[in-house]
Design a protein around this ligand. Structure first.
Ligand code: ADP
Ligand code: MG
Length: 474
């Protein structure tokens, strides 16, 4: 083992520092880097500890909590001697020549260069404040009853921003129902339209979460650049603020947002806002803000229906180019009802698994791969539920489950329901019998035997029963 006696070559350290910064910059993006990290300077290397300095306590704390781990990891990857990064307050670095000039006067810009619009070369002239997800377009948004109104409003505003009755556009709904997706889709479309209509004034769009809005606002205050911040925001044609509920309780930021909002609306610019509740239900938001938010178009995204979930899964599977059997799609749409994000996550995992192991997707593999997700969505099955699902499946009346009718088309489903009740609940045979129009326990036993037998003889029938079982399973 060699013992290093010499202090490390400073040039060497400077090069490593440049790489660390470069990595961090590409990881967090231009805006975030400029807002929080640009003013970092390199301090001294002392044993296994390197110091990184920031010119204010606020910035130091911020960088420590938000980027400390990454700085540590990146430094360790660059230099094996380094075990710890000390993030300290202090404008000037002791290692001379390594520190960068601190320029606190330069404002943090709320804008960053937008990424290219999907399938389109444009976008240079429009400004968006946060990177837009290239997957979130109108094309990839599946429309159904629960979201058709919100979709139509979004389309309309993307075509004709700031038209009467649609300003502001307020989109609201629960988590994972497509608010952000619709907002990005509008931003893409507006950017594209600006480029697609020769001679028309370019449309500049600023999209950001309410949280980002607040961070930028605070950063602007700290660097005494609020004027620039305001001017930049007020120079856009369309301002989109996502998840506005975040501003509740943040009074100064709310105030700033309100002024920006008014200035833009008065100048005939479009505002689009999303939140998890309707304007009137956003208690904690100032009355005047709520009033103004509600005076344009308010559109809500309702909870998904089974049909919409099936369409979304179908569309996403098709996009991924992976065949997912209809039975699996239906099964997932039945099981995962919370929101689209979870549904999507389950499907992605399924697809990744199929690709990785070269296995085709079946109900069996689905259950195996998504075991933990499905368990989280499990609930106890009741005999009533079984009866309902089974009658729906074969299109018979629920009352036929307990009726004395013996026609095959009702008797068979009834037997399946009894079989499933035996399999999926802890009820005894007599208990089950009573739920099916006071039938005898031997009738239930017979049904269980008959269904088991039929399943070995008829693969289609077995599939049906399996599907029902999986849908109901707890
Ligand atoms: P929210 O902002 O309302 O919490 P998101 O817009 O982030 O929800 O949507 C969550 C995920 O579900 C995203 O990946 C989005 O693409 C997808 N998603 C939601 N609704 C739809 C839809 N109608 N069609 C296609 N994808 C959807
Ligand atoms: Mg969102």
């Amino acid at each position: 083992m060699t013992i290093e006696r010499q202090s490390p070559d400073e040039k060497h350290l400077a090069a490593q520092w440049a790489r660390v910064r470069g990595h961090l910059q590409s990881e967090v993006g231009e805006v975030e880097y400029r807002t929080w990290l640009r003013q970092m300077s390199l301090g001294e290397l002392d044993g296994d500890e390197i110091t990184v300095r920031l010119p204010s306590r606020f910035l130091r704390d911020w960088v420590r909590t938000h980027y400390g781990d990454r700085l540590n990891a990146l430094w360790q990857a660059e230099n094996r001697r380094i075990r710890r990064v000390d993030i300290a307050f202090g404008g000037t670095a002791t290692a001379e020549g390594l520190a960068e000039p601190v320029n606190a006067a330069e404002p943090a810009s709320p804008f960053e260069t937008p990424p290219h619009a999907p399938g389109h070369g444009g976008g240079e002239r429009a400004e968006t404040a946060a990177a837009l997800d290239p997957r979130f377009t109108f094309d990839s948004f599946v429309v159904g009853k629960p979201n058709e109104f919100a979709y139509a409003c979004a389309r309309r505003v993307a075509e004709k921003p700031a038209s009467t009755g649609f300003n502001p556009l307020f989109l609201y709904g629960g988590v994972g129902l497509g608010k952000t997706h619709l907002m990005h889709a509008m931003a893409w479309e507006l950017t594209r339209n600006g480029d697609a209509r020769p001679g028309a004034a370019p449309v500049s769009v600023a999209y950001m979460s309410a949280e980002k809005f607040m961070y930028r606002f605070i950063a602007a205050i700290r660097s005494q650049a609020t004027m620039e911040f305001k001017e930049q925001l007020r120079s856009v044609d369309v301002l989109m603020i996502d998840d506005l509920q975040f501003l509740i309780g943040k009074d100064a930021t709310q105030e700033e947002f309100f002024h920006t909002f008014n200035a833009l609306v008065d100048a005939g610019k479009q505002i689009v806002v999303s939140a998890d509740k309707s304007p009137s239900d956003l208690s904690g938001l100032e009355e005047r803000v709520r009033t103004r938010l509600g005076c344009g178009m308010v559109a809500d995204l309702h909870a998904t229906t089974f049909e919409l979930r099936v369409s979304i899964l179908g569309a996403k599977a098709q996009r991924a180019g992976v065949p997912v059997p209809a039975k699996v799609v239906e099964f997932l749409a039945h099981k995962i009802t919370s929101n689209v994000r979870e549904l999507e996550g389950a499907l992605n995992r399924l697809i990744a698994h199929a690709n990785l192991f070269g296995r085709t997707i079946t109900l069996e593999t689905t259950q195996e791969v998504l075991h933990d997700i499905l368990k989280a969505h499990d609930r106890r099955v009741t005999i009533e539920e079984i009866q309902r699902k089974v009658s729906e499946h074969w299109n018979i009346r629920l009352t036929d489950m307990s009726s004395p009718r013996r026609a095959r088309n009702v008797a068979r489903p009834r037997q399946v329901a009894m079989y499933l009740a035996k399999q999926l609940t802890s009820r005894s045979l007599p208990e089950i019998g009573r739920k099916f129009g006071t039938r005898d326990h031997t009738t239930v036993m017979h049904a269980v035997q008959r269904v088991t037998e039929l399943m070995t003889l008829d693969a289609g029938f077995a599939d049906d029963v399996e599907l029902l079982r999986r849908m109901l399973e707890s």
